[in-house]
Design a protein around this ligand. Structure first.
Ligand code: HEC
Length: 431
């Protein structure tokens, strides 16, 4: 690992680093929420469409959920741009390296996403048409689900790999990267979250006017909401297994007290939310429908906020030593660049100090000659006026006055001060 590449292009960040990091965490949460709903929604649709064999209610429910997938997927994609750009800007070296190392799989995300999206539209718009070809209709969603389940694995492999530069040499294509760090515990944690978040989302949907056109669902909404709450609660309980599994399989390099604190806060709010879910399961009625869904959602959002912050802290810790190594290499590299520049200018100076001024004097030579009058006065005359005062020539050349009646006015010269100074010294020394 001891060969970090210096940051040789000194491009500044477009805003304060801390601000960009907050933006990264917040925009990522917005993105992942809709990813959860997209993945969870497709799983629920497939599940209820399969159950629809026994009960017509589930067919309506599956169709209802299918309507949400395409909307949530559009939100997920649009909201994914910001965190993707931010991670590129903040972790350029690490992110690009892991992009390159996961290679073809990483590029595959684009066609896979496009195919899955088209399939979800196809599935949604053929609901009535292919009612009698259930297997065909369900297999369309089945393929979409498989793709939706695979894509997060690519993302996770990538953002996981970037945290462990000292293991990059082991990465031989996408599948080998799955075994670095702890991709799979993260993956199951994500999948479980998708199901829980979607279940709560569906309770909320049952409360809104969007359900109005689905009479069967409205009639059964208490039963359904209770089922969704049970799923959300059950899965949240399962996270008490997946969560610690994830935490204890994380390579030690990124663990810290503040990370545990962030996760502890997340767990606290999750437990509170679960308590409210349990209450809801007991007390749900049609007149008092899903009254605690708002506080539950807020608590779950806080959970996600703390978990995502923990994730960020882990990333910072894991990369800290590598970042420091890059900083040191960059410093050494820049010191060497300076040394080389100095040496070059010394060589130039040794090769004849007047050289530079003489060369640059070409911009004046059209009007000034050594001892003959051209458009302007000769250097012999100028040297007498400005003896020992090159700065006077610089000042004049930048903003010439009108002095001699028998000469035209001199135009101002737009050269950098140091160039003018070199010219002035040449003018005074060469006559
Ligand atoms: C387009 C022609 C032209 C060019 C190019 C030109 N000059 Fe002149 N320069 C003049 C003229 C004409 C005068 C006399 C103006 C006057 O006395 O009013 C003059 C006068 C001067 C004087 C005398 C000022 C004084 O106090 O008497 C200096 C010094 C001078 N030029 C420097 C420069 C330098 C340095 C450059 C190149 C970076 C330059 N000039 C390029 C036309 C030119």
């Amino acid at each position: 690992m001891k060969t970090p590449i210096p940051h040789d292009i000194p491009l500044p960040l477009p805003a304060a680093e801390g601000f960009l990091k907050i933006l990264l965490v917040v925009s990522f949460i917005a993105h992942i929420l809709f990813v959860n709903l997209m993945v969870g929604g497709s799983l629920f649709t497939l599940y209820y469409q399969w159950k629809a064999k026994q009960k017509k209610l589930y067919d309506d429910l599956a169709q209802f959920i299918a309507q949400t997938i395409t909307v949530n997927k559009s939100m997920a994609v649009v909201l994914g741009v910001a965190p993707l750009l931010l991670i590129n800007v903040l972790y350029t070296v690490w992110f690009y390296s892991s992009n390159a190392l996961t290679g073809i799989a990483w590029i595959l995300v684009i066609p896979l996403v496009a195919i899955a999206f088209l399939l979800t539209y196809l599935h949604k718009y053929t609901w009535e048409k292919w009612r009698n070809q259930r297997t065909l209709h369900m297999s369309i969603m089945g393929v979409a689900v498989l793709i939706f389940l695979f894509i997060p694995l690519i993302f996770l492999a990538n953002v996981n790999l970037m945290l462990f530069p000292d293991r990059w040499s082991e990465a031989k294509g996408f599948f080998s990267t799955l075994l670095i760090g702890n991709v799979f515990p993260r993956y199951f944690h994500f999948l479980a979250a998708s199901i829980a978040v979607t279940a709560l989302f569906l309770v909320w949907m049952l409360k809104t006017k969007w359900t109005a056109s689905y009479k069967t669902l409205l009639d059964q909404r208490v039963t359904l909401a209770r089922e969704f709450y049970k799923i959300a609660l059950g899965i949240s309980l399962a996270q008490f297994f997946f969560g610690p599994l994830l935490l204890f399989t994380l390579p030690k390099v990124g663990l810290s007290g503040s990370l545990y604190l962030a996760i502890g806060c997340g767990v606290f709010f999750a437990a509170f939310a679960m308590h409210l879910m349990a209450k809801e399961i007991k007390t749900l009625t049609d007149t008092q429908f899903a009254q605690r869904i708002l506080p539950i959602s807020i608590l779950m959002t806080l959970t996600v906020l703390f978990m995502a912050s923990g994730r960020h802290l882990y990333r910072e810790n894991a990369l800290a030593s590598h970042k420091e190594a890059v900083r040191q290499k960059t410093e050494a590299y820049q010191a060497k660049v300076k040394e080389a520049q100095l040496a070059a200018s010394e060589i130039e100076a040794l090769a004849g100090g007047g050289n530079r001024g003489q060369k640059l004097f070409q911009s004046c030579a059209g009007c000034h000659a050594k001892d003959t009058r051209l458009v302007g006065p000769p250097l012999t005359e100028i040297a007498k006026i400005y003896e020992g005062n090159p700065a006077g020539i610089v000042a004049w050349a930048k903003a010439p006055g009108k002095k001699r009646a028998d000469y035209p006015q001199m135009p101002p010269m737009t050269l950098p001060d140091e160039d003018l100074k070199a010219i002035a010294e040449y003018m005074l020394g060469s006559h």
